[in-house]
Ligand binder design. Structure first.
Ligand code: FAD
Ligand code: MLT
Ligand code: ZN
Length: 472
């Protein structure tokens, strides 16, 4: 019966778009972190929205569940099938057309499988900025970005994927196509269906296209690395920049010393130009649409004020584009350095800025006391209160064993602290299968039940990414 289903699919889509050999399917069955591996009946590669709808209809009829997959770069196992071998992985990679750039409306209409970097490049070719920016932008897809409501390094100024989206096209769990591709900035016609699908990680519908906002491309950008001694000074620095640079502030990223030590171990060419190994290295970017001189002057004057207030101890302004790129590469390669070091534990949390200093001090202390030698790879989008509070095994300890033994107690400790400080256990990476079990406690019973109600209403057969985000 299952085999017959696959044969039928291959007959309608073409054999080369229905993968069934283990070696062909392998790249789709393990996640980026190699934390999850599953099995699949087939990996299916439709070439159009219509084909996606056909596949979903066929799956609904045969009661076969579907795991949508974009660039497979996410961190919570949302795009990895279970171990039953009865699910199909539906890859959106062939839906990769840029449908339209509408200069008057400042929007770009793209299919779900478009690589994020391609969208940025297409926009830049027309002198526009598509601001969503992630370390994975060379391989993640806009459909995946919307399905996870991705954040990244430009949220501070432009918002996350949700804020950048005006319309979407979705294939529902029944295989119907919802054409929600209006690029309107105002549309108060009842429930916001677009926002329901964004961030639903493939559990409510399959996103096949979207209308995204564009912005004028800045003409000048200055990037600096700044040394601070603690989180309290860093938050004070953020406040100073927000007050004085206002909307010119486009980046404010934090890297704790231990994360840069790990970076230098794996990428020795990425040494910190700041002297004396500061406790925190802050990457700040200002962008302007007028003049290079104006923004440079502003940056220097804010840094002088910060030095006078003693909230920073040192600063290096990138002298050219390649040094600015190096600063950004330092920040973006921490994730890669951590994965080169071996298995690790990720906690993508947000904490109210006012409580961040106390949270970090207390949590660092508790972890170091209970798990001696543990390396706290703390970095992240401090401007958004979003910390990547990641943990690596002590030097010289088998990372796989460490992760297996201590994942649960370390996660429990950190999440208990997050609750205490009224933060979130997922700031930008989503829930997937990694955080499925802790979601109920975190959301509270009422919110969790509402989520179940929505899932049951939109996907009564539970065929869209079951047991991801929410179990019904
Ligand atoms: P996938 O991993 O393929 O899928 C993610 C989820 O979305 C799954 O549940 C999947 O089922 C679902 N899905 C995918 N496509 C669709 C679709 N078309 N319709 C419906 N559901 C779909 N994330 C951040 O938020 N901020 C960062 O700064 C950041 N930095 C990163 C840096 C690196 C080096 C790496 C490897 C990852 C980073 N990520 C970051 C995580 C990841 O890149 C994002 O979550 C990204 O949005 C995932 O996109 P994807 O196309 O790879 O989705
Ligand atoms: C990043 O911002 O670089 C990623 O989201 C963080 C991570 O690897 O945990
Ligand atoms: Zn991040």
């Amino acid at each position: 019966m299952l085999q017959f289903f696959v044969t039928q699919l291959a007959a309608s889509l073409g054999k080369s778009y229905v993968l069934t050999q283990d070696s062909d399917m392998a790249p789709y069955l393990t996640d980026w972190r190699q934390r999850f591996t599953g099995k699949a009946l087939a990996v299916v590669l439709p070439g159009s929205t219509k084909e996606v709808a056909q596949i979903v209809k066929a799956c609904a009829q045969a009661n076969i569940s579907i795991v949508p997959q974009g660039g497979n770069t996410s961190f919570c196992g949302g795009a990895t099938p279970d171990n039953s071998g009865n699910q199909i992985v539906l890859s959106l990679k062939r839906l990769n057309n840029i449908r339209e750039i509408d200069i008057l409306n400042q929007t770009i209409s793209v299919e779900a499988g478009c690589i994020l970097q391609t969208i940025q490049e297409q926009a830049a070719a027309q002198s526009y900025l598509f601001p969503l920016s992630l370390g994975s932008q060379g391989s993640c897809q806009i459909g995946g970005n919307l399905a996870t409501n991705a954040g990244g390094t430009n949220v501070l100024r432009y918002g996350n994927a949700r804020d950048l989206c005006l319309g979407i096209e979705v294939v529902t769990a029944q295989g119907e196509i919802w054409h929600g591709m209006k690029g309107l900035r105002k549309d108060n016609t009842g429930y916001d269906l677009r926002d329901l699908f964004i961030g639903s990680e493939g559990s409510l519908g399959i996103i096949t296209a979207a209308v995204m906002k564009l912005y004028p491309l800045p003409v000048a950008q200055w990037t600096t690395l700044v040394a601070t001694q603690n989180i309290a000074s860093t938050v004070a620095l953020l406040n100073l920049f927000q007050k004085r640079a206002v909307s010119l502030l486009t980046g404010f990223e934090m890297m704790a010393l231990e994360s840069l030590t790990l970076l230098e171990k794996h990428f020795p060419q990425m040494t910190n130009p700041l002297q004396n190994k500061p406790a925190y290295t802050i990457l700040i970017e200002l962008s302007d649409h007028e003049s290079e001189a104006h923004v440079r002057q502003l940056l220097e004057s804010i840094l002088e004020e910060a030095l006078a207030l003693e909230i920073i101890s040192d600063a290096v302004i990138a002298s050219n584009l390649s040094q600015a790129n190096l600063f950004w590469h330092m920040r973006e390669h921490i994730t890669v350095a951590q994965s080169e070091e071996g298995a690790n534990l990720k906690h993508d949390i947000s904490i109210p800025l006012v409580a961040l200093e106390q949270f970090v001090q207390e949590t660092n202390h508790l972890l170091k006391a209970q798990f001696p030698g543990v390396r706290l790879i703390n970095f992240g989008h401090l401007g958004d209160g979003n910390l990547h509070y990641n943990v690596s095994a002590p030097e010289g300890i088998n990372s796989q064993k460490f992760a297996q033994t201590y994942e649960k107690p370390i996660q429990e400790l950190i999440y208990a602290q997050v609750e205490l400080f009224q933060g979130s256990i997922s700031a930008e990476h989503g829930v997937g299968q990694l955080k499925l079990d802790v979601l109920r406690a975190h959301k509270g019973v009422v919110a969790h039940e509402l989520m179940k109600t929505l899932k049951r209403a939109l996907d009564p057969q539970n065929i869209l990414n079951p047991s991801k985000v929410i179990s019904v």
